[in-house]
Ligand binder design. Structure first.
Ligand code: ZN
Length: 417
């Protein structure tokens, strides 16, 4: 892949039309339309379309997705543990293998414009490394179309069942990029041992950590303090992400100081734009300089019927749950869903620290884009145009939401009826 492309007549963030010269997968120059002759090499006529930084799904579960399969009613007990056990009871009998389902969902995400992805892959005593291997296969299949980070994720805790620590260790030897963790108080009921195991594996493999934290209120703030203690003691600044961080939505007195401590330790936040009780103080986090990204989380799986593989839908949901309505606010939600996530995967990218930023279109920025027919970014979020062109590392990887090599296109359910 040469990473060379001349993009003509595109409107970054809905602004004036420009041409963009791309070399080696990054922006070489941006110029007013028609003022610079196209060099030899591939040219893409943007036809005046809106261009945005590619979408980023930085909290995804490729292994659990049943996207595209016939709809299945939820059959488990309510609550988090009921969902975990519902998955355990049913994942083997899904119509397609983990690898096929993960590949289908990854292709759907890419075709909709997401080229920067962080997915969790469940590792537990029941599935061992089967789900992890399925996610690895999906990443391999679309290695030329998206950057995918994989988190070795102990969905059922690390301490409750034998062998999980060693399985996580094996996943990290086998290609996982980060070590995961989950609700150290509520799942393993032993936060010190849980977090010590997570950080031991992070140190052993010299990888970052991405810890699910659904714990609410004071309990969640307490767990955050335990995580931050370890970041500080082990010099893990800039290498830890908290997923969901629900306690930051609590409005408790300890939240502002926790946000400052997250910022000081360059700890990132990803979430799924959940509704009541899960709405993060996005602008406070931005003002403090905390990197925030968003993702689809589980989709059409044994936890939830929600999700459709389109991160632009999740940008809409983020704007909706934050009660955003002005253009700068909706654009901020879109910036979080594009650049915010990208800046978590690559700390070289500047942080979104306020409203009104239109990142991604200066020389040296990565040539990761999505083009669509929309008059403005806010119109794009509201209308979610179906036809999109996706560029990864300066190469066109998907045109009109039809990904080259997408061998299981979005019609499993209908095809099987
Ligand atoms: Zn999750």
């Amino acid at each position: 892949m040469s990473g060379k492309l001349h993009l003509t007549n595109v409107r970054p963030w809905g602004g004036d039309p420009v041409d963009i010269a791309i070399e080696k997968g990054a922006i070489a120059a941006v110029s007013a339309v028609g003022t610079v002759a196209a060099p030899a090499g591939p040219v893409l006529d943007g036809a005046g379309r809106l261009i945005l930084p590619a979408l980023s799904d930085v909290h995804l579960h490729l292994d659990s997705s049943c996207l595209g399969l016939p709809f299945r009613a939820y059959t488990g007990e309510p609550g988090r543990w009921g969902r975990i056990m519902n998955d355990r009871a049913n994942w083997r009998s899904a119509e397609r293998s983990v690898a096929e389902r993960a590949t289908f969902t990854l292709a759907t995400a890419i075709a909709n414009g997401a080229t920067r992805i962080r997915t969790h892959a469940q590792v537990d005593a029941d599935s061992k490394l089967t789900k992890f291997d399925g996610v690895l296969a999906a990443r391999e299949r679309y290695a030329d179309a998206a950057d995918v980070q994989i988190v070795a994720f102990p969905q059922v805790g690390i301490l409750l069942e034998p062998g999980v620590f060693d399985l996580l260790d094996a996943a990290l030897r086998g290609g996982a990029d980060l070590i995961g963790g989950i609700d150290p108080c509520e799942i393993d009921r032993d936060p010190v041992r849980h977090l010590d195991a997570v950080f031991e594996l992070a140190e052993r493999h010299q990888v970052g950590a991405d810890i699910h934290l659904h714990e609410a209120g004071e309990l969640g703030l307490f767990t955050l303090s335990l995580i931050l203690e370890r970041v500080e003691a082990l010099g893990m600044q800039g290498r830890v992400t908290i997923s969901h961080a629900r306690a930051l939505a609590s409005g408790l007195r300890g939240v502002p100081a926790t946000i400052e401590r997250l910022a000081a330790n360059r700890v990132d936040i990803t979430h799924a734009a959940g509704g009541s009780g899960w709405e993060l103080p996005l602008l406070d986090l931005a003002a403090a300089g905390v990197r925030v990204g968003v993702g689809m989380d589980g989709q059409r799986d044994y936890w939830s019927p929600y999700g459709n593989g389109d991160m632009l839908d999740r940008a809409w949901q983020l704007a909706f749950v934050q009660r955003y309505s002005s253009d700068p606010q909706v654009e901020h939600a879109l910036a979080v869903a594009t650049w915010g996530g990208a800046s978590i995967l690559d700390h070289e990218l500047p942080v979104l620290d306020r409203l009104g930023l239109h990142p991604g279109f200066t020389s040296g920025d990565p040539a990761e884009f999505v083009l669509m027919d929309a008059v403005s970014p806010t119109a794009a979020v509201m209308d979610r145009p179906a036809e999109r062109t996706v560029i990864h590392q300066g190469a066109v990887v998907s045109v009109d939401t039809a990904l080259d090599g997408f061998e299981i296109p979005g019609h499993w359910g209908r095809a099987r009826q």
